[in-house]
Design a protein around this ligand. Structure first.
Ligand code: SIN
Length: 339
């Protein structure tokens, strides 16, 4: 190696947010009765070697069970990702995260961050205290992804599989390989520290309904200012549904601490169909100025337009991701004003 190469510093930042990967149980045999978000991110890196020529930097951004993920933590996370991506010697970022809302955080970051540097989220299904924890290998694999030359965009790395933030969904409650990418399939695999890619890295040009129209200035504002998040609720269409929840939100939403509802995601059956009672209540809400989107309850596939659809669909986004897209879209419609 030449002298100039030897002295070149390359850092890879690992941001900790908690989750089962940082969980601790009273006994090593207990994979369920643990508390998430107990072990610090620096400790999670103990014994995990960095790729040659790379120094790992650990930073604790939050320490929580991701079921309790908040806009505040998303905001801090986006800020730290933005900060570190702008540091020239930082080649990539890994985020340790709980599995339960991992796909939401990944999609949010995908929607607001520039895609130039890789951000690889990873997780575990067993706590750090387990007899055979899966976290250390997942962290190693995520580091390998973030350190791969040419890697970019937001990915999720779990059980040796790389998923794009757009397609990934948690699909299993217990197995170590708990994530899938639906019809799109995984982006690739990590095998003994080497990435085997099946398709291109996610980029800023990926079509994702709602967020593709966000311009860079709005993204930066979402990251750098104390934005107000428009309230968007998810309503599930199902057998025997009524419009009561939508009507209650319209009647009383403004009194809630979360503020008035500005958008509804209708988690629709099959190819975007809705129970007639949900459809009627949504029409009343729309007449009162509420934005409506349909997202399918199906795990695979996307809503295909029929020509007579009343409400726009969220493309292939799941209801939870469609919600994030609509929140960002509403911010675009009335940009945040706070400095
Ligand atoms: C969490 O999402 O923080 C807890 C569950 C998990 O990480 O598997």
């Amino acid at each position: 190696m030449m002298k100039s190469e030897q002295s070149e510093v390359r850092r890879l930042v690992v941001l900790g947010t908690g989750g089962t990967i940082a969980g601790r149980a009273a006994s090593a045999g207990d994979n369920l009765g643990y508390t998430a978000g107990e072990v610090g991110v620096a400790d999670l890196l103990a014994g995990i070697g960095a790729p040659s020529g790379v120094t790992l930097v650990a930073e604790q951004v939050a320490q929580l069970d991701s079921k309790d993920m908040s806009f505040d933590v998303w905001h801090q996370l986006a800020q730290r990702c933005m900060h570190w991506s702008n540091v020239p010697d930082v080649i990539g970022i890994v985020i340790t995260h709980g599995t339960d809302t991992l796909e939401e955080t990944a999609f949010f970051l995908h929607s607001v961050l520039p895609a130039e540097k890789p951000v690889a989220l990873t997780c575990a299904m067993r706590p750090a205290s387990a007899l055979a924890p899966d976290g250390p290998q997942n962290v190693r694999d995520a580091i390998a992804v973030a350190a791969t030359a040419g890697a970019r965009g937001v990915t999720v790395v779990c059980a040796g599989t790389i998923h794009s933030a757009i397609d990934v969904q948690k699909v299993h409650t217990y197995r170590l390989d708990a994530f899938a990418s639906g019809d799109a399939g995984p982006l690739g695999y990590v095998e003994e520290g080497a990435v085997r890619r099946l398709r291109d890295w996610p980029g800023a040009l990926d079509a994702n309904a709602g967020t593709a129209g966000l311009d860079a200035a709005i993204k930066l504002k979402v990251i750098s200012t104390d934005v107000e998040w428009p309230r968007v609720e998810i309503i599930m269409s199902h057998a025997g549904a009524t419009g009561a929840v939508i009507d209650a939100l319209m009647a009383h939403g403004a009194e809630d601490a979360a503020g008035p509802v500005r958008g509804l995601i209708l988690a629709a059956t099959g190819n975007g169909t809705l129970h007639h009672a949900i459809e009627a209540a949504a029409a009343r809400a729309h007449a009162a100025g509420i934005e409506i989107r349909r997202a399918t309850r199906c795990v695979n596939g996307r809503i295909l337009p029929r020509g007579d659809d009343t409400w726009p669909d969220a493309g292939g986004l799941s209801p939870v991701k469609a919600r994030i897209a609509l929140m960002l879209e509403l911010m675009l419609a009335s940009p945040p004003v706070s400095a």
